[in-house]
Design a protein around this ligand. Structure first.
Ligand code: ADP
Ligand code: MG
Length: 389
């Protein structure tokens, strides 16, 4: 999948429009997690060092196609300035006169952040005029917004019709790491899946089944499969609409599929100090499973240690609660210790890896949630196709 990087000559002294994914969590008006900001810093620093005049655009949250002060990129621009170690200008405009004047006023090596693209309804519609107006802000386009590349929006797709377009370092890294799993995974290739968004992930399983040698399934997702197998799962979280498909997958995956043999049960989400380990066939009707048990961690851990490649998407339990975190921590540690080529995808899975101090020991932690799932499923992402990939 050849997506083009840019050369020094293509950006030096030129205005470069960078589509970043600065869709960070905010709390009380401040950025509460800078992971996505840090992820784009290498590309921005490189452009600054090359003497480019950098115009950064992004979306933030889900404004309804109109300005929403709570979703302004202003505090994000300030945080970006701190991470970059250089002054970052901000204007509260996207493609209007003010944005244009600020972009035209940039000197070599200066960085400007524009306002939330989704304040304009034309961004999500991939509107031709909006795309053209965005392109008019710069002379070259660099896409480094991996988490948004599954969206055919103006700043991801439309704009590439008007400017020479290149991939940034983050996009190149994501595509290389995940491309290896899609195209030529070291074997055995193990998919470790969990979490709660089961219906989002069932297509992933369907698309991966021909390639993956073993599926290890934990988290709330496991209860869908256990229920389909006729196991009494009590009050455990089950996405009912996915049970039927889970039943079909039980049959087609056969020996490839490993489900938990034991679980940590409790009367409720907040009762994480009352967890009890039971076999999966002994969940009382008034209890719910919130984590996988130690026998499951050992069994999954053995598969992970023997793997050539592991895709991890979805925590094994409610890892946000200390009493339900051991399963996710246990498989995460097995993965960190293994020699396998390890890719972590999914926002909560990445947060779990970070929480347990394991991120640096993974081969790759993706910054994309939905985008990585679609990519891993073998889909061609509109943003990557627009870059010629
Ligand atoms: P990701 O963001 O990594 O793709 P998901 O969004 O699918 O993962 O799921 C993450 C959420 O699933 C976490 O907030 C976690 O608390 C929840 N979860 C995991 N296991 C269970 C369970 N057994 N019961 C209820 N929630 C669970
Ligand atoms: Mg999630």
């Amino acid at each position: 999948m050849p997506i083009r990087p840019y050369t020094e000559a293509q950006v030096k002294g030129r205005r470069v429009l960078v589509r970043a994914d600065l869709n960070v969590p905010l709390s009380g008006g401040a950025v509460s997690d800078r992971t996505r900001i840090r992820a784009v810093v290498p590309t921005l620093r490189h452009l600054v060092d090359q003497g480019a005049r950098v115009v950064v655009v992004s979306h933030l949250g889900r404004p309804k196609g109109e300005p929403d002060p709570a979703l302004s990129l202003r505090p994000v621009a300030a945080a970006l300035g701190e991470e970059l170690g250089t002054e970052v200008a901000f204007v509260a405009d996207t493609v209007g006169d003010e944005a244009r004047a600020a972009a035209e006023g940039l000197a070599d090596g200066q960085v400007l952040v524009l306002e939330n693209l989704r304040f304009d309804p034309r961004e999500k519609k991939n509107d031709a005029e909006f795309s053209k107006a965005l392109a008019a802000l710069a002379e070259v386009y660099v896409c480094d917004a991996f988490g948004t590349m599954h969206r055919a929006h103006a700043s991801v797709v439309g704009v590439t019709e008007h400017l020479d377009s290149y991939a940034g370092a983050l996009v190149a890294r994501e595509v290389e790491a995940m491309g290896r799993l899609v195209e030529d995974p070291p074997r055995p290739y193990v998919a470790l899946l969990g979490g709660a968004k089961v219906s989002d992930k069932v297509p992933l399983i369907e698309n991966l089944q021909a390639k993956v040698d073993r599926f290890l399934i934990g988290g709330a997702m496991a209860f869908c499969f256990l229920k389909a197998r006729g196991v009494e799962v009590g009050k455990s979280l089950v996405e009912e609409s996915a049970v039927e498909t889970a039943g079909e997958l039980l049959a087609t995956l056969g020996e490839k599929l490993m489900l938990p043999s034991d679980v940590v049960i409790a009367p409720g989400f907040d009762a994480d100090d009352q967890g009890q380990v039971v076999g999966v066939d002994a969940i009382p009707a008034d209890m719910a499973g919130f984590d996988v048990g130690p026998a499951t961690v050992a069994a999954f851990g053995a598969e992970i240690r023997g793997a050539g490649a592991v895709l991890w998407n979805g925590p094994m339990g409610v890892f946000e609660k200390p009493g339900f975190a051991a399963g996710t921590r246990g498989v995460g540690e097995a993965l960190a210790e293994s020699e396998a080529f390890s890719v972590v995808g999914g926002g909560d899975s990445a947060a779990a890896a970070a929480q347990f101090g394991l991120s640096d020991r993974m081969s790759h932690v993706s910054t994309g949630g939905g985008a990585s799932l679609e990519f891993m499923s073998g889909a061609k992402l509109p943003g990557i196709a627009a870059l010629g990939g």
